[in-house]
Every structure is written in C-alpha cells, then in structure tokens.
Design a protein around this ligand. Sequence first.
Ligand SMILES: C[S@@+](CC[C@H](N)C(=O)[O-])C[C@H]1O[C@@H](n2cnc3c(N)ncnc32)[C@H](O)[C@@H]1O
Length: 426
Amino acid sequence: MSNTGVQARRSAVYLLDQILGEDPRLMSELLASGVLDKLSPDDRARAQRLATETLRGLERADRLLQKHLKKPPVLTIQNVLRVGTVELCQGGAAHGVVNAMVNLVGQHNKLSHLKGLTNAVLRKIAAEGPAAWDALRAPRLPKWLRGPLAEAWGTDAMAAMEIAHFAGAPLDLTAKTDPAAVAEATGGTLLPTGSIRITNPGQVSTMAGFASGDWWVQDAAAAIPVQILKPQAGETILDLCAAPGGKTMQIAASGADVTAVDDSSPRMQRVSENLARVGLKAKTLTKDVRAVKGTFDAILLDAPCSATGTIRRHADLPYAKDGSEFGDLIELQSAFIDHAWSLLKPGGRMVFCTCSLLPDEGEVQVDEALERHDDMSVDRDALMVAGIQPEWITTEGGLRLRPDYWSELGGMDGFYVVCLRKAALA
Ligand SMILES: C[S@@+](CC[C@H](N)C(=O)[O-])C[C@H]1O[C@@H](n2cnc3c(N)ncnc32)[C@H](O)[C@@H]1O
C-alpha cells in the first residue's frame, strides 16, 4: 500500500468526520480553510473525490454495513468503513482497499484497537461485492429537504431528482466566443443551449484552451440566466453577487460595460483572476448589494440561496445543512430584489436567479416582488432562448430548471430564472 493512498483516504475520512459531525461543516468551507493544503494535488483531488462519492452513496453504504455491525462504531470508524465500502462496491481491488483501511485505523492514536473490526467488516463487504450495492435504491435525501421538495414537485419528480443527484455531474464549459470550436478542441459535446459538456474530464487546467482562456467551467443551467439577460455591447450592466464570476465573464464577452459586485474580498479576487485568465474586463466592487449606487440599463441578480440545485456537485449539502438558515436567506433575497430594482433605469430589465430547488427562493419570491412593485412585470419573451423547453416555463413566467431534466444528456443543476421588466416613463 503506497503512502499516497493512505494519505488521501485518511483525508477523505477527516472531511467526512467534519461534514457529518456534531458541528457540521460544508466541504467548500473546509477546503477554503486549507485542511488539505499539505497534500499533493493528486492526493487532494483523490481525497475530495472519495469523500464526495461516499456522501453520494452514504445511504447504500450504511445499509450494507448495518448487517455486519451490532451497533454503529464511533464516527471516524463509521467513516473508514463507509469510504472502504464505497471503494469496494465501485470495483476497488479488495486486497488493496481492505489493507489500506486497516493500516489507516492501525495508525490512529486512539482507535487502533478497532483494526480487527475494520478488517472483518470490510472483508464481508468485499465478498458481497458490487452486486449487493447495485441492488439498492438510489439514496434518498434527508427528510428535512425531501419533504419540501416532494411537496413542491411531487414524489415522482423527487425520486427522479434523487437519481440525478446520485449520478453526479459532468463538466460543463462556456465558450468565450466559439462554442463549436471549443467542443471540437476539448472533445466535448455541444448542448442545446450552447454549453459544452465533457463526460470524462481530466485535470481542468491541462485541457485544450484553458491556458489561452477560450472557456471557463460553468454548469449548463448556470449559463442560462445571462442568455436570458441578452447583454448588448455598450449597455451598462450591473452583475450583483458576482463571484466567482462565471456570469460576469459571459456579460463581459458580449461587449457590455459590466460592473461586478460581491461582498466577499477573497471571492472577488477570484473574479479578477478569472477575468484576467480569459482576457476580459469588468469593473469590480467589493460591496454589500444594498450599498450599491447608480443607474443601469440591465441588472443580473444571482442571489445567495440554499444552493439546493447544486447537490449533484455538492453531495455534502444535505448533510451539512438542515434548512434552519434558509428563512434568513429568503429575506435577504427580497431585500436585494428591492434595492436592485431602485438601481434599474425605467424600461430596463433585471434577471433574478437562484441555484435553488425551493419555490420560496424562486417562484414565490417573484410573486411577492410583483405585489411590492407596481412598475414590475415579467418579460416572458426574454425566455426565447435556444434549447429552452416550453415545459420548463412556470405560471408566473419564470424558468424552472431541475437536475432530472436532460437526464439522457447527463442532467443539469437546479435553477430558477426570471426576467423582470421595469415600466418605461410615461
Ligand atoms: C450564487 S453565488 C454567485 C455566483 C456568481 N454569480 C457566478 O455566476 O459565478 C452568490 C454570491 O453572493 C455573494 N453575496 C452574499 N451576500 C452578499 C451581499 N450582502 N452583498 C454582495 N454579495 C453577497 C456571495 O459572496 C456569493 O459570491
């Protein structure tokens, strides 16, 4: 067993201990705090992949493990067994995986006495093999999220979304100028909305066109709001909640004069780095949305939200969150809509979007905003964009995107998008 494999697996177990512990943390927060910085890039990628795969298959792993455990062991050992189970059931060589996990436990200061248990349980799992795994249902979301989503979209849609979450997500790119050329250079597939999809990506920074800034990584659903905004060269466009800048780059590529705003300095730094890599320009402001002044031809508001539309990429979210923060986010979104509206010139348009599956952060938010603003209407014509299917359009005139859509193409993130038009002066 190489040291490399042990390091990556130990780190995957550490990530799971934090995400599933008493004070749950998001994987993105853990990574941003530098917990994997001492690992080599390969080990870091492997640790993240193992932790993510384990979270995606957590319910299946626990179902297989419970048959071989009289009672659940301490969390770290549970997580060792979960990672080992996922590796074994996804075709990992039994000898290598079991030895690595036993070594890892043996090196633990306080848990080395559980080496024997780890060995015995994982050998039984290895004997059952991938067939036992494949026979289990797609893992369900935790109840706190399953309830509201089933209520909003129905149980069949809920089940389809769970299958999409379990399948994970491919890598999508947005081209700076020429989607067909990027598809050809990267070996990707051109999607109906113009994004490029790569099903088996290697390291992003070594892909054709990365160094020359021909594209950036952006889920196909996340690329749709700017297509609906339709920025024009010379227009003044305010991009609110801009970091890390996927939509800023789309607006800047159109030749519009874009001002990107975000209140996080480190995230704004990433906007500047991303713009520099692709050779595009934008004004950047590190500010709270509610402190922005001025008047703009058009506004994009990509508000902070529950991010429940991104679970296929962020399998930690259902475990690290419990919904308790969402009420505050919904209030913040309303406040942002109201302030952004005051910055829009008469006759102008504002695209509001969230990467959420909860109607309270989309459809309901718009119904309520329409009641608060007499000069606000929904611009349904703005949704005339290549690849948009009529059944994705909602009663109030927004666009509801779900992870189970395009299932034959590899899915998309969940999103809500609407274009709001301000009445022109009489
Ligand atoms: C969904 S992300 C934006 C993604 C971005 N538009 C893109 O396409 O790459 C939401 C952003 O809102 C920012 N944010 C949260 N609260 C904010 C506030 N009060 N003022 C400005 N930005 C805020 C966060 O820092 C985060 O970067």
